[in-house]
Write a protein that binds this ligand. Sequence first.
Ligand code: MEV
Length: 293
Amino acid sequence: MRTATAPGKVILLGEHSVVFGETALAAALPFGVTVRAEARASGGVELVAPLAPKGDPRVMEAVRLVARELGVESTRLEVDTDLPVGGGLGSSAAFAVAACRALAPQPVSNDEMNRIAFLAEQLFHGTPSGVDHSVSIHGGIIRFRRGPPVQVERVVPKRPLRLVVAFTGKTRQTSANVAALRKRVEEDPARYRPIVERLGALAEGGASDVETGALAALGGLMDEAHALLASCELSSPELDAIVAAAKGAGALGAKLTGAGGGGSAIALCDDAAPVAAAIAARGFGARIVELAS
Ligand code: MEV
């Protein structure tokens, strides 16, 4: 039996624009997905997983794909996660990375894991940028560009980032949201291209702010990113309510994270407890995390 874990993620800045080749700033969460793999002589691939709505064939397809790529014919996999599935926190990417780690007969290189996890992510999300599984593989905080070639650089925070991660309770389809923005950009490039470019510039600026510890400035960029994403109809009443509650309780900045339209939001805080309490008082799950490296 081999047990492996991989972290979920938050996108601090640059979701959606990253699909168009702009920079994203993403951070691994201190929780994620655990996969236990038990080798078997025969019987094919069996999966015990609370990871997807029952009957979602993509989970099994992804497991079979990962096993096939690693040359594993028979195995029993058990999956546990404390990420909300479809909640914008990278559960599918963490699942793919943890499955690679648990199933691989020998340790796999990051490049190989990247290749296999990307194939699995394509099953879940169609045309992902690759940021979710990249940050799950590398951990920490990264500045990411999809390329080609893919660029992943570690961003070391001068001061720890204190975040409240809040789940709306509503799941969403990343591929549908990505396709909706692509359609807008194609149909009205004069309006939407500058927004996409600005979101990328915010991510670049945010990476510098993380490195210099300019957290108030970073919060301001997050607020602007949320407004821009909302102007592309990627927010939701629940996400806006979380953002408003966080700001009202003193957050430095708050925004949706991930594909939007549901899923999760993040708030950057000096003092996270009152922000988490304000979000919880509106009926949303809120978790405080500290990102220190
Ligand atoms: C999803 O976590 C982030 C998006 O930018 C999609 C992607 O990068 O593949 C919305």
